[in-house]
Design a protein around this ligand. Structure first.
Ligand code: KE4
Length: 441
Protein backbone atom coordinates (compact mmCIF):
# COMPACT_ATOMS: atom_id res chain seq x y z
CA UNK A 1 0.00 0.00 0.00
CA UNK A 2 1.49 3.33 -0.99
CA UNK A 3 1.56 6.16 1.55
CA UNK A 4 -1.53 8.37 1.10
CA UNK A 5 -1.11 11.67 -0.73
CA UNK A 6 -2.27 14.67 1.33
CA UNK A 7 -5.90 15.69 0.67
CA UNK A 8 -6.43 19.19 -0.75
CA UNK A 9 -7.86 20.97 2.27
CA UNK A 10 -10.14 20.66 5.24
CA UNK A 11 -13.33 22.47 4.03
CA UNK A 12 -14.03 19.90 1.31
CA UNK A 13 -13.28 17.08 3.69
CA UNK A 14 -16.61 15.35 4.03
CA UNK A 15 -17.40 12.05 5.74
CA UNK A 16 -20.96 11.34 4.59
CA UNK A 17 -21.03 7.61 5.31
CA UNK A 18 -19.40 8.08 8.72
CA UNK A 19 -21.95 10.78 9.50
CA UNK A 20 -24.81 8.39 8.75
CA UNK A 21 -23.09 5.68 10.77
CA UNK A 22 -22.62 8.09 13.69
CA UNK A 23 -26.30 9.09 13.65
CA UNK A 24 -27.27 5.42 13.67
CA UNK A 25 -24.80 4.51 16.43
CA UNK A 26 -25.86 7.44 18.59
CA UNK A 27 -29.41 6.07 18.73
CA UNK A 28 -28.31 2.87 20.49
CA UNK A 29 -24.84 3.56 21.98
CA UNK A 30 -24.18 6.49 24.36
CA UNK A 31 -22.36 9.14 22.34
CA UNK A 32 -22.22 6.70 19.42
CA UNK A 33 -19.04 5.10 20.77
CA UNK A 34 -18.06 2.34 23.13
CA UNK A 35 -15.32 4.40 24.71
CA UNK A 36 -15.39 8.20 25.19
CA UNK A 37 -11.80 8.60 23.97
CA UNK A 38 -13.06 7.84 20.45
CA UNK A 39 -15.80 10.47 20.50
CA UNK A 40 -13.89 13.50 19.20
CA UNK A 41 -15.16 15.47 22.19
CA UNK A 42 -11.88 17.35 22.36
CA UNK A 43 -11.60 18.22 18.67
CA UNK A 44 -15.21 18.69 17.66
CA UNK A 45 -17.04 17.06 14.79
CA UNK A 46 -17.87 13.39 14.41
CA UNK A 47 -15.43 10.46 14.30
CA UNK A 48 -14.78 8.61 11.05
CA UNK A 49 -16.02 5.03 11.27
CA UNK A 50 -13.30 2.60 10.29
CA UNK A 51 -13.68 -0.09 7.66
CA UNK A 52 -10.31 -1.80 7.96
CA UNK A 53 -6.67 -1.50 8.92
CA UNK A 54 -3.41 -2.96 7.64
CA UNK A 55 0.17 -2.22 8.63
CA UNK A 56 0.51 1.49 9.45
CA UNK A 57 -2.81 2.46 7.84
CA UNK A 58 -6.50 2.83 8.55
CA UNK A 59 -9.30 3.19 6.00
CA UNK A 60 -12.61 4.77 6.94
CA UNK A 61 -15.99 3.81 5.44
CA UNK A 62 -15.83 6.82 3.12
CA UNK A 63 -12.71 5.39 1.58
CA UNK A 64 -10.16 7.77 3.14
CA UNK A 65 -6.76 6.30 4.00
CA UNK A 66 -4.85 7.48 7.04
CA UNK A 67 -1.39 7.01 8.47
CA UNK A 68 -2.41 5.65 11.87
CA UNK A 69 -0.72 7.28 14.87
CA UNK A 70 -3.10 5.84 17.47
CA UNK A 71 -2.56 2.11 16.89
CA UNK A 72 -5.72 1.33 18.84
CA UNK A 73 -4.37 3.57 21.70
CA UNK A 74 -1.19 1.53 21.98
CA UNK A 75 -1.68 -2.20 21.32
CA UNK A 76 -0.69 -2.23 17.63
CA UNK A 77 3.07 -1.80 18.11
CA UNK A 78 3.68 -4.22 15.21
CA UNK A 79 1.14 -2.47 13.00
CA UNK A 80 -2.27 -3.80 12.06
CA UNK A 81 -2.75 -7.36 10.83
CA UNK A 82 0.74 -8.73 11.36
CA UNK A 83 0.69 -12.03 9.42
CA UNK A 84 2.07 -14.11 12.31
CA UNK A 85 -0.44 -12.64 14.75
CA UNK A 86 -3.31 -13.30 12.33
CA UNK A 87 -2.05 -16.85 11.80
CA UNK A 88 -1.84 -17.51 15.54
CA UNK A 89 -5.39 -16.26 16.12
CA UNK A 90 -6.72 -18.25 13.15
CA UNK A 91 -5.12 -21.44 14.46
CA UNK A 92 -6.43 -20.77 17.95
CA UNK A 93 -9.90 -20.24 16.51
CA UNK A 94 -9.82 -23.81 15.14
CA UNK A 95 -9.65 -25.24 18.67
CA UNK A 96 -12.39 -23.06 20.17
CA UNK A 97 -12.82 -19.52 21.47
CA UNK A 98 -13.24 -19.87 25.23
CA UNK A 99 -13.24 -22.83 27.59
CA UNK A 100 -13.62 -21.46 31.11
CA UNK A 101 -10.89 -23.90 31.99
CA UNK A 102 -7.08 -23.56 32.14
CA UNK A 103 -5.00 -23.94 28.97
CA UNK A 104 -1.26 -24.36 28.54
CA UNK A 105 -1.25 -21.26 26.33
CA UNK A 106 -1.83 -19.13 29.42
CA UNK A 107 1.26 -20.60 31.10
CA UNK A 108 3.30 -20.04 27.95
CA UNK A 109 2.56 -16.30 27.76
CA UNK A 110 2.87 -15.99 31.55
CA UNK A 111 6.39 -17.45 31.35
CA UNK A 112 7.25 -14.95 28.62
CA UNK A 113 5.95 -12.03 30.71
CA UNK A 114 7.91 -13.25 33.75
CA UNK A 115 11.08 -13.41 31.66
CA UNK A 116 10.46 -9.95 30.16
CA UNK A 117 9.36 -7.74 33.08
CA UNK A 118 11.91 -7.24 35.90
CA UNK A 119 9.37 -6.91 38.75
CA UNK A 120 7.20 -9.87 37.79
CA UNK A 121 7.67 -13.42 39.14
CA UNK A 122 3.99 -14.33 38.87
CA UNK A 123 1.22 -12.81 36.77
CA UNK A 124 -2.56 -12.94 36.55
CA UNK A 125 -4.30 -12.23 33.24
CA UNK A 126 -7.50 -10.18 33.09
CA UNK A 127 -9.44 -8.62 30.20
CA UNK A 128 -8.69 -4.89 30.45
CA UNK A 129 -6.22 -2.43 31.86
CA UNK A 130 -8.94 -1.19 34.19
CA UNK A 131 -9.27 -4.66 35.69
CA UNK A 132 -5.50 -4.96 35.98
CA UNK A 133 -5.14 -1.65 37.85
CA UNK A 134 -8.17 -2.30 40.03
CA UNK A 135 -6.93 -5.76 41.00
CA UNK A 136 -3.40 -4.54 41.72
CA UNK A 137 -4.75 -1.86 44.07
CA UNK A 138 -6.87 -4.48 45.86
CA UNK A 139 -3.78 -6.68 46.18
CA UNK A 140 -1.73 -3.78 47.58
CA UNK A 141 -4.42 -2.97 50.15
CA UNK A 142 -4.97 -6.63 51.02
CA UNK A 143 -1.30 -7.41 51.48
CA UNK A 144 -0.44 -4.30 53.50
CA UNK A 145 -3.70 -4.04 55.44
CA UNK A 146 -3.60 -0.33 54.63
CA UNK A 147 -6.41 1.53 52.85
CA UNK A 148 -5.04 4.76 51.38
CA UNK A 149 -3.30 5.06 48.01
CA UNK A 150 -1.41 7.95 46.42
CA UNK A 151 -2.34 8.76 42.80
CA UNK A 152 -0.88 11.31 40.40
CA UNK A 153 -3.12 14.11 39.07
CA UNK A 154 -3.81 13.52 35.39
CA UNK A 155 -2.75 9.90 35.36
CA UNK A 156 -5.33 7.45 34.09
CA UNK A 157 -5.68 3.89 35.30
CA UNK A 158 -9.02 2.97 33.73
CA UNK A 159 -12.48 3.70 35.04
CA UNK A 160 -12.06 2.22 38.52
CA UNK A 161 -14.12 4.24 41.01
CA UNK A 162 -11.21 4.74 43.39
CA UNK A 163 -8.95 5.85 40.54
CA UNK A 164 -11.36 8.01 38.55
CA UNK A 165 -10.18 10.96 40.60
CA UNK A 166 -8.39 13.76 38.74
CA UNK A 167 -8.02 11.18 35.97
CA UNK A 168 -6.43 11.89 32.63
CA UNK A 169 -7.21 10.65 29.11
CA UNK A 170 -10.79 11.23 27.99
CA UNK A 171 -11.83 12.00 31.58
CA UNK A 172 -9.81 15.20 31.29
CA UNK A 173 -10.89 15.83 27.72
CA UNK A 174 -14.56 15.56 28.63
CA UNK A 175 -14.12 17.51 31.86
CA UNK A 176 -15.08 14.61 34.10
CA UNK A 177 -11.81 13.82 35.91
CA UNK A 178 -13.99 13.12 38.94
CA UNK A 179 -16.98 11.36 37.43
CA UNK A 180 -20.49 11.58 38.90
CA UNK A 181 -21.36 8.22 40.35
CA UNK A 182 -18.01 7.89 42.07
CA UNK A 183 -18.99 8.17 45.69
CA UNK A 184 -17.10 10.22 48.26
CA UNK A 185 -16.44 6.97 50.08
CA UNK A 186 -14.93 5.36 47.01
CA UNK A 187 -12.61 8.29 46.45
CA UNK A 188 -11.90 9.07 50.12
CA UNK A 189 -8.81 6.89 50.34
CA UNK A 190 -7.27 8.23 47.12
CA UNK A 191 -4.76 10.98 47.89
CA UNK A 192 -3.63 13.12 44.97
CA UNK A 193 -0.22 14.60 44.25
CA UNK A 194 1.30 16.29 41.20
CA UNK A 195 3.38 14.03 38.93
CA UNK A 196 7.14 14.68 39.06
CA UNK A 197 7.01 16.08 42.61
CA UNK A 198 8.67 13.61 45.00
CA UNK A 199 8.40 16.17 47.82
CA UNK A 200 4.62 16.02 47.64
CA UNK A 201 4.74 12.23 48.01
CA UNK A 202 7.16 12.51 50.95
CA UNK A 203 4.80 14.98 52.61
CA UNK A 204 1.81 12.60 52.38
CA UNK A 205 3.87 9.65 53.59
CA UNK A 206 4.82 11.74 56.63
CA UNK A 207 1.23 12.92 57.18
CA UNK A 208 -0.22 9.41 56.96
CA UNK A 209 2.34 7.12 58.60
CA UNK A 210 1.59 3.39 58.14
CA UNK A 211 -1.68 4.23 56.31
CA UNK A 212 -0.57 4.22 52.67
CA UNK A 213 -0.79 0.92 50.80
CA UNK A 214 0.78 2.06 47.54
CA UNK A 215 1.93 4.91 45.35
CA UNK A 216 0.64 4.35 41.83
CA UNK A 217 1.62 6.10 38.64
CA UNK A 218 2.21 5.84 34.96
CA UNK A 219 6.05 5.79 35.03
CA UNK A 220 5.87 7.67 31.73
CA UNK A 221 2.57 9.52 31.59
CA UNK A 222 0.64 9.03 28.34
CA UNK A 223 -2.81 10.10 29.50
CA UNK A 224 -2.20 13.82 29.75
CA UNK A 225 -0.23 13.75 26.56
CA UNK A 226 3.31 12.37 26.82
CA UNK A 227 4.94 13.59 30.04
CA UNK A 228 8.23 11.90 31.00
CA UNK A 229 9.49 11.42 34.55
CA UNK A 230 11.94 14.16 35.60
CA UNK A 231 15.52 12.80 35.86
CA UNK A 232 15.82 11.07 39.24
CA UNK A 233 12.11 11.21 40.04
CA UNK A 234 11.43 7.47 39.75
CA UNK A 235 14.52 6.74 41.87
CA UNK A 236 13.21 9.13 44.53
CA UNK A 237 9.81 7.38 44.55
CA UNK A 238 11.48 3.99 44.85
CA UNK A 239 13.57 5.20 47.77
CA UNK A 240 10.68 6.94 49.55
CA UNK A 241 8.31 3.98 49.23
CA UNK A 242 10.92 1.39 50.25
CA UNK A 243 11.75 3.36 53.39
CA UNK A 244 8.05 3.83 54.26
CA UNK A 245 7.10 0.17 53.66
CA UNK A 246 4.76 1.36 50.87
CA UNK A 247 4.33 -0.58 47.64
CA UNK A 248 5.41 1.14 44.41
CA UNK A 249 2.92 0.31 41.64
CA UNK A 250 3.83 1.06 38.00
CA UNK A 251 0.82 1.15 35.72
CA UNK A 252 2.55 -0.02 32.53
CA UNK A 253 -0.64 -0.71 30.60
CA UNK A 254 0.62 1.80 28.02
CA UNK A 255 4.42 1.66 28.53
CA UNK A 256 4.75 -2.09 28.98
CA UNK A 257 6.55 -3.67 25.98
CA UNK A 258 6.28 -0.18 24.41
CA UNK A 259 9.14 2.00 25.70
CA UNK A 260 11.34 -1.11 26.04
CA UNK A 261 10.66 -4.84 25.90
CA UNK A 262 10.67 -4.84 29.72
CA UNK A 263 8.69 -1.58 29.84
CA UNK A 264 9.56 1.65 31.65
CA UNK A 265 10.96 -0.32 34.57
CA UNK A 266 13.61 -1.76 32.24
CA UNK A 267 14.20 1.56 30.41
CA UNK A 268 14.69 3.54 33.63
CA UNK A 269 16.16 0.71 35.71
CA UNK A 270 13.61 0.98 38.54
CA UNK A 271 11.92 -2.15 39.88
CA UNK A 272 8.44 -1.48 41.27
CA UNK A 273 6.62 -3.85 43.64
CA UNK A 274 3.54 -4.16 41.42
CA UNK A 275 3.03 -3.81 37.67
CA UNK A 276 -0.10 -3.56 35.54
CA UNK A 277 0.13 -4.46 31.86
CA UNK A 278 -2.38 -4.19 29.01
CA UNK A 279 -2.70 -3.11 25.38
CA UNK A 280 0.37 -4.73 23.72
CA UNK A 281 0.13 -7.81 25.96
CA UNK A 282 -3.15 -8.65 24.20
CA UNK A 283 -1.80 -7.94 20.70
CA UNK A 284 -5.02 -6.11 19.80
CA UNK A 285 -7.39 -8.52 21.54
CA UNK A 286 -8.85 -8.01 25.05
CA UNK A 287 -6.16 -9.02 27.52
CA UNK A 288 -4.28 -7.31 30.33
CA UNK A 289 -2.42 -8.48 33.40
CA UNK A 290 -1.00 -7.57 36.76
CA UNK A 291 2.10 -9.08 38.32
CA UNK A 292 4.59 -8.88 41.16
CA UNK A 293 7.00 -10.99 43.18
CA UNK A 294 5.61 -14.43 44.02
CA UNK A 295 5.42 -13.53 47.71
CA UNK A 296 2.80 -10.89 46.81
CA UNK A 297 0.96 -12.74 44.05
CA UNK A 298 0.51 -15.79 46.29
CA UNK A 299 -2.09 -13.67 48.13
CA UNK A 300 -4.32 -13.70 45.03
CA UNK A 301 -7.24 -16.14 45.00
CA UNK A 302 -7.32 -19.13 44.86
CA UNK A 303 -3.71 -19.32 46.09
CA UNK A 304 -4.54 -16.74 48.75
CA UNK A 305 -7.49 -14.79 50.15
CA UNK A 306 -7.60 -11.73 47.88
CA UNK A 307 -10.39 -12.37 45.43
CA UNK A 308 -10.24 -11.56 41.73
CA UNK A 309 -11.87 -13.40 38.84
CA UNK A 310 -12.97 -13.10 35.21
CA UNK A 311 -14.99 -15.20 32.78
CA UNK A 312 -12.75 -14.42 29.83
CA UNK A 313 -9.48 -13.91 31.68
CA UNK A 314 -6.69 -15.63 29.75
CA UNK A 315 -8.95 -16.02 26.73
CA UNK A 316 -7.25 -18.39 24.26
CA UNK A 317 -7.61 -16.06 21.24
CA UNK A 318 -6.25 -13.09 23.17
CA UNK A 319 -3.41 -15.20 24.55
CA UNK A 320 -2.54 -16.29 21.01
CA UNK A 321 -2.49 -12.70 19.71
CA UNK A 322 -0.66 -11.39 22.76
CA UNK A 323 1.93 -14.12 23.01
CA UNK A 324 2.77 -13.99 19.31
CA UNK A 325 3.17 -10.21 19.61
CA UNK A 326 5.49 -10.56 22.62
CA UNK A 327 7.59 -13.23 20.91
CA UNK A 328 8.04 -11.04 17.84
CA UNK A 329 9.04 -8.12 20.07
CA UNK A 330 11.47 -10.36 21.98
CA UNK A 331 13.04 -12.05 18.94
CA UNK A 332 13.04 -9.20 16.40
CA UNK A 333 13.42 -6.28 18.88
CA UNK A 334 12.07 -3.40 16.73
CA UNK A 335 12.93 -0.89 19.48
CA UNK A 336 15.86 0.78 17.72
CA UNK A 337 13.73 1.19 14.59
CA UNK A 338 10.87 2.60 16.68
CA UNK A 339 13.27 5.00 18.39
CA UNK A 340 14.68 6.23 15.06
CA UNK A 341 11.30 6.59 13.33
CA UNK A 342 9.83 8.50 16.27
CA UNK A 343 12.92 10.71 16.61
CA UNK A 344 12.44 11.55 12.91
CA UNK A 345 8.81 12.44 13.65
CA UNK A 346 9.87 14.53 16.66
CA UNK A 347 12.33 16.51 14.52
CA UNK A 348 9.77 17.00 11.76
CA UNK A 349 7.06 18.22 14.12
CA UNK A 350 9.48 20.61 15.81
CA UNK A 351 10.54 21.96 12.41
CA UNK A 352 6.95 22.39 11.24
CA UNK A 353 5.85 24.20 14.40
CA UNK A 354 8.96 26.40 14.46
CA UNK A 355 8.51 27.38 10.78
CA UNK A 356 4.86 28.21 11.46
CA UNK A 357 5.83 30.28 14.49
CA UNK A 358 3.57 28.22 16.77
CA UNK A 359 4.46 28.03 20.52
CA UNK A 360 4.90 24.32 21.12
CA UNK A 361 6.84 21.54 22.75
CA UNK A 362 7.25 17.99 21.43
CA UNK A 363 7.73 15.38 24.18
CA UNK A 364 8.75 11.79 23.48
CA UNK A 365 9.80 8.58 25.16
CA UNK A 366 10.58 5.80 22.71
CA UNK A 367 7.70 5.51 20.23
CA UNK A 368 5.25 7.51 22.37
CA UNK A 369 5.07 11.18 21.39
CA UNK A 370 2.92 14.30 21.81
CA UNK A 371 3.01 17.71 20.10
CA UNK A 372 1.74 20.11 22.77
CA UNK A 373 0.59 23.60 21.86
CA UNK A 374 2.28 24.95 24.97
CA UNK A 375 5.33 27.16 25.29
CA UNK A 376 7.92 25.25 27.32
CA UNK A 377 8.24 21.77 28.83
CA UNK A 378 5.33 19.97 30.49
CA UNK A 379 6.08 18.12 33.71
CA UNK A 380 2.64 17.72 35.28
CA UNK A 381 -1.14 17.93 34.81
CA UNK A 382 -1.34 21.65 35.59
CA UNK A 383 1.21 22.38 32.84
CA UNK A 384 -0.62 20.11 30.38
CA UNK A 385 -3.95 21.82 31.05
CA UNK A 386 -2.42 25.15 29.96
CA UNK A 387 -2.02 23.82 26.39
CA UNK A 388 -4.04 25.45 23.60
CA UNK A 389 -6.63 22.71 23.11
CA UNK A 390 -8.63 24.79 20.61
CA UNK A 391 -5.61 25.11 18.36
CA UNK A 392 -5.04 21.38 18.79
CA UNK A 393 -8.61 20.69 17.63
CA UNK A 394 -8.11 22.73 14.44
CA UNK A 395 -4.74 21.11 13.84
CA UNK A 396 -6.24 17.66 14.35
CA UNK A 397 -8.81 18.17 11.60
CA UNK A 398 -6.29 19.65 9.18
CA UNK A 399 -4.14 16.55 9.73
CA UNK A 400 -7.11 14.21 9.31
CA UNK A 401 -7.91 15.91 6.00
CA UNK A 402 -4.31 15.25 4.95
CA UNK A 403 -4.48 11.54 5.72
CA UNK A 404 -3.04 11.47 9.24
CA UNK A 405 -5.02 9.98 12.12
CA UNK A 406 -3.70 11.54 15.36
CA UNK A 407 -5.07 10.82 18.84
CA UNK A 408 -8.21 12.97 19.02
CA UNK A 409 -7.12 14.90 22.11
CA UNK A 410 -4.23 17.03 23.30
CA UNK A 411 -4.23 14.82 26.41
CA UNK A 412 -3.25 11.61 24.64
CA UNK A 413 0.02 10.18 23.36
CA UNK A 414 0.54 9.20 19.74
CA UNK A 415 2.17 5.87 18.90
CA UNK A 416 4.51 4.85 16.09
CA UNK A 417 4.56 1.19 15.05
CA UNK A 418 7.15 -1.12 13.52
CA UNK A 419 5.01 -1.09 10.35
CA UNK A 420 5.55 2.67 9.78
CA UNK A 421 8.18 3.68 7.25
CA UNK A 422 10.29 6.81 6.88
CA UNK A 423 8.00 7.77 4.00
CA UNK A 424 4.99 7.56 6.35
CA UNK A 425 6.78 9.73 8.91
CA UNK A 426 7.74 12.24 6.22
CA UNK A 427 4.11 12.32 5.06
CA UNK A 428 3.03 13.14 8.63
CA UNK A 429 5.66 15.90 8.88
CA UNK A 430 4.63 17.42 5.53
CA UNK A 431 0.99 17.30 6.58
CA UNK A 432 1.92 18.93 9.90
CA UNK A 433 3.75 21.78 8.16
CA UNK A 434 0.75 22.42 5.88
CA UNK A 435 -1.74 22.04 8.73
CA UNK A 436 0.08 24.45 11.03
CA UNK A 437 0.26 27.06 8.27
CA UNK A 438 -3.46 26.55 7.65
CA UNK A 439 -4.45 26.96 11.30
CA UNK A 440 -2.19 30.00 11.67
CA UNK A 441 -3.69 31.81 8.71
P1 KE4 B 1 -8.45 -0.26 29.53
O1 KE4 B 1 -9.42 -0.60 30.64
O2 KE4 B 1 -8.97 0.86 28.63
O3 KE4 B 1 -7.99 -1.48 28.75
O4 KE4 B 1 -7.11 0.29 30.22
C1 KE4 B 1 -7.20 1.37 31.10
C2 KE4 B 1 -5.84 2.03 31.21
C3 KE4 B 1 -5.08 1.80 32.34
N1 KE4 B 1 -3.86 2.35 32.49
C4 KE4 B 1 -3.33 3.14 31.52
C5 KE4 B 1 -1.99 3.74 31.72
C6 KE4 B 1 -4.07 3.40 30.33
O5 KE4 B 1 -3.54 4.21 29.38
C7 KE4 B 1 -5.34 2.84 30.17
C8 KE4 B 1 -6.20 3.11 28.96
N2 KE4 B 1 -5.71 4.08 28.05
C9 KE4 B 1 -6.70 4.77 27.24
C10 KE4 B 1 -5.99 5.73 26.29
N3 KE4 B 1 -5.44 6.83 26.96
C11 KE4 B 1 -7.56 3.80 26.49
C12 KE4 B 1 -8.43 4.42 25.41
C13 KE4 B 1 -9.87 4.43 25.81
O6 KE4 B 1 -10.18 4.74 27.00
O7 KE4 B 1 -10.69 4.14 24.91
Amino acid sequence: MSTPTPALSRPDYQLPRSHAAFVRASRVIPGGVNSPARAFGAVGGEPPFMARAAGAYLWDIDGHQYVDLIGSWGPMILGHGHPRVKQAVAESLETGTSFGAPTERESEIAETVVQAVPSIEMVRFVSSGTEAAMSAVRLARGVTGREKIIKMRGHYHGHVDALLVQAGSAATTLGTPNSPGVTRGAAADTLLVPFNDAGAVAEILRAYPDQIAAVLLEPVAGNMGLVPPRPGYLEQLRDLTSKAGVLLFFDEVMTGFRVAYGGAQERFGITPDLTALGKIVGGGLPAAAYGAASKLMEFVSPAGPIYQAGTLSGNPLAMAAGHTTLKILRDESPYEKLENLTARLEAGLNRAARDAGVPHVVQRVGSMITLFFHDGPIWDYEDACRSDTKLFGRFFWEMLARGVYLPCSQFEAAFVSAAHTEADIDHVCTAAAESLKAVRS
